[in-house]
Design a protein around this ligand. Sequence first.
Ligand SMILES: *Cc1c(COP(=O)(O)O)cnc(C)c1O
Length: 478
Amino acid sequence: MSADSPPLRTEQPPFTGRTTKEWQAADAAHFLHPFTDHQALATKGVRVITRGEGVYVWDSDGQRILDAMSGLWCVNVGYGQEALIEAATQQMRTLPYYNAFFQTTTPAATALAERLAARTPAQFRHVFFCGSGSEANDTVIRLVRRYWDVMGQAQRKVIVSRLNAYHGSTMAAASLGGMAAMHAQGDLPIPGIVHIDQPHYWAHREGAAKDLGREEFGLLAAHWLEEKILAIGADKVAAFIGEPVQGAGGVIVPPSTYWPEIQRICDRHGILLVSDEVVCGFGRTGRWWGCEAFGSKPDLITFAKGVTSGYVPLGGVMVGERMARVLIEQGGEFEHGYTYSGHPVACAVGLANLDVIERQDLVTRVREDTGPYLAQQLAQLMEHPMVGEVQSCGLMAAVQLCRNVPLREAFAPEIAIGMVCRKHCFDNGLVMRAVGDRMIVAPPLVITRAQIDEMFGLVRQALDRTHAEAHAAGWLAR
Ligand SMILES: *Cc1c(COP(=O)(O)O)cnc(C)c1O
C-alpha cells in the first residue's frame, strides 16, 4: 500500500464482507502461495475456504466439501472442536507468549512435554519443541551431528534418506526429502545427505520388484540401505531417516518386512534411526506412532501436524534416552532453538488435542473400526477399470490410476491423469490429493462409517468421470 492510498477496511473473522471474485483478485495481487504456479493460479482464481465443521469445509460460494485430506494431513480431530478452541482462548488470555530460552518455561510447555513422554514408546522421555515439521527435521540434523561430536565420532556426519521422501521445505528438510523437483530448485541437497530408493512395490513393478513378492521386495529395499552404508563407510554414517508410511510421496505403505530389516541394519552398524512421524503420529496408522505399527525402535521421532490437529503450528523432536543422556550429561549447551520453541498457546492446544484423542479413543477406533472399514471399501475399487493398485494403513489410503490394468501400464505423463481426477473430485465436493497418478486420502480420525461411505461414493463418481473423460479423449488402451 502506498502512503497516499486510502486505509484498508479493518476486517475480522468470519470475513463475510467480500465476494469470491474480490477475494480472488486480492489474492492474485498479493499472496504468493506455497507449492503453487502463481501465474496459473491467478488465471484460474483461487478457491476461498471460509469455514469448517467436523469433516467438512465450506467455500466462499457456499459449496460444502468433504475434506478427505484433513487439511494437509493435520486436522485429525476434525474442525470445530470446542476443547481446542477453549484451550487456545484461555491460554492467550492468561499468557499469550513466553520463551523457554533463558531458564524459564510455561506450564503449558512443560505439561505437554510430560504428556508426550508418557504417550511415546518407552525409550522417549524428552522432547525438543519447534514450530513445524521442517524445523523438527532441521533440528534432527543438528541433534544427530551434535550427538556424534560429543561421542567423539565427529566423522559420522552423513544422513541417509530416501527418494520421494517428504521431510519439509527448509534448505535442510528439503535436502533430507527426496523430491526431485524440489532438489532441482536451489542446488539441493546440501552436502552430507544421500538417498536410497524407496520401498515402493508398484513403482518398481517392472524393475527391482519384478518376480518378487511384496515381502521379499521389502527385504531387498531395506538392503539398499546396507549397500549405501558400506559404500560410504559405516563409520561416516550418522543416521537414517524415513517416514513409516511415505505420505506426500503418495501413501507408500512399505512391505511388513521393511522396517524390521532397516532396524537390524541400523543396529548392526551403530547408526541412529529417525522416524519422521509428522503424518503417521497421533493415531493416523491405527497406532499412536507409525514405528509401533511397523516394528522399528527409533532414536528420534519428529512430529508436527497432528500434535495440534493443525489448529495452531507446533512441531517437535522426541529424543530417545540413548541420545538424551549423552547430550544432557556431556553436551553442555546445545546452540539451537526457536523463538516459538514451546509456544504456550500451541502447547495448550496440543494438550487439549491429546485429551480429545484419548477421550474419544480415536486410535483404537482407527485400528479396529474405521481403518478396516476404509480398507474394505477401498478394496472394492479394484473392480474399477482404471485402478491398478490400492493401499491403505489406518486412515491413509492410495488409489493407483493406470491406463491398462492387466498390463499395469501407466498413462502418458503429459496427460496428468491425477490432476484430471482431482478436478472431478473438487467439482464433486471432495478434497482428494493427486501425487502423480496416485490419488490419496487421509480423512480426519473422527470420520464415521457413514461419512466413509459418502467419501467413497464421491471417489467413485470422480473415478467414473475421469474414466469417461479419458475414454472420450482416447487416452485409454484400445
Ligand atoms: C508435512 C511434513 C513435514 C513438514 O512439516 P511442515 O510443518 O510443513 O514444515 C515433514 N515431514 C513429513 C512426513 C510431512 O508430511
